[in-house]
Ligand binder design. Structure first.
Ligand SMILES: NC(=O)C1=CN([C@@H]2O[C@H](COP(=O)(O)OP(=O)(O)OC[C@H]3O[C@@H](n4cnc5c(N)ncnc54)[C@H](OP(=O)(O)O)[C@@H]3O)[C@@H](O)[C@H]2O)C=CC1
Ligand SMILES: O=C([O-])CC(=O)C(=O)O
Length: 268
């Protein structure tokens, strides 16, 4: 981004996250401008936009933008990210779980001078985990509790015949690693993958997932032990119009974009 020239931002996916980011860009984010968007139904997307922004298939966004915000189903990550990374540009990735099965994107970014940014998203405290990771982290444990409708339909539940629809009390539905959860819960546990990528990796981070019929919020609790600090963190996310996605997720992306062109950046 040159001095005085705004960062041209494309938004791929106009769901709970993408549409909120579009609204913020249109309302005015210093240093950024909305350049193009993508959606599954291009015609319907045009009708939802506040002005005539170019609406294109994901593969055609790159020439119009300096950076793309990926806010689409996880399977689309490579199609959205590869053109931008090949051109040495930036990608803000929400579907963090999909990064684990698309290592080539990180190699592409390295090779071409592009950059993948995973915002804190629906989580908390990734700055502290990043700092601790500069020393030695002994363990990272995360427990996620979600209302039933925040987990319904996850492939892991279907494949293992785990019934959560009518449960009357909290049920632990998964114990394992973020790498396993990224496959079994592709639309529900991006946060655990983001935590693992900044900390001790997707195979050493310990994760439990609970379905809790009494909850109205997605609750993530994290405990980190390291040679610099031990800390615990917890966040209770109000769901957005997509029950799987916390409202704070889009706000995290907006804060991330705001920081990119800011003269003062606070927090790592
Ligand atoms: N990292 C984090 O902390 C978090 C990450 N996430 C992840 O972020 C991503 C976005 O979440 P969210 O906004 O809630 O998801 P939504 O399901 O609300 O929105 C996804 C959007 O992608 C669109 N889409 C589908 N197919 C295509 C296509 N071929 N081309 C372009 N767009 C398409 C959908 O269109 P249509 O509506 O027409 O189907 C929809 O608008 C998800 O992968 C989610 O798992 C979510 C929460 C937290
Ligand atoms: O992890 C995710 O993708 C979403 C999530 O838990 C939340 O929004 O709280």
């Amino acid at each position: 981004m040159g001095k005085g020239s705004p960062l041209r931002v494309a938004v791929a996916g106009l769901g709970a996250v993408g549409m909120a980011v579009v609204r913020a860009l249109e309302a005015g984010l210093p240093g950024c401008e909305l350049a193009a968007v993508s959606a599954r139904d291009l015609g319907a997307a045009r009708a939802r936009l506040p002005r005539a922004v170019p609406v294109l298939p994901v593969e055609e966004l790159e020439p119009l933008a300096d950076l793309v915000v990926e806010a689409a189903p996880a399977a689309l990550l490579p199609a959205i990210a590869a053109p931008f990374l090949s051109a040495g540009k930036g990608v803000v990735v929400l579907s963090a779980g999909a990064l684990l099965r698309n290592d080539h994107l990180i190699a592409l970014a390295r090779e071409r001078g592009g950059q993948i940014t995973v915002p804190t998203g629906a989580l908390i405290g990734l700055d502290a985990v990043a700092a601790a990771a500069e020393g030695v982290i002994h363990s990272v444990r995360m427990v996620t509790r979600k209302p039933v409708r925040g987990l319904a339909g996850a492939p892991y539940l279907i494949e293992n015949g785990i019934e959560i629809e009518g449960i009357g009390e909290p049920l632990r539905v998964f114990k394992g690693t973020p790498r396993e959860a990224a496959v079994g819960f592709p639309a529900n546990l991006n946060v655990a993958v983001a935590l693992s990528l900044v900390g001790i990796g997707p195979d050493r981070t310990e994760l439990e997932i609970w379905a809790d019929p009494a909850l109205a919020r997605n609750v993530h609790s994290i405990a980190v032990e390291s040679d610099s600090a031990n800390f615990t963190m917890s966040i209770e996310n109000l769901p957005s119009e997509n029950p799987k996605t916390g409202r704070i997720t889009a706000l995290s992306v907006i804060a991330c974009l705001r920081k990119m062109g800011a003269p003062l950046r606070v927090g790592t």
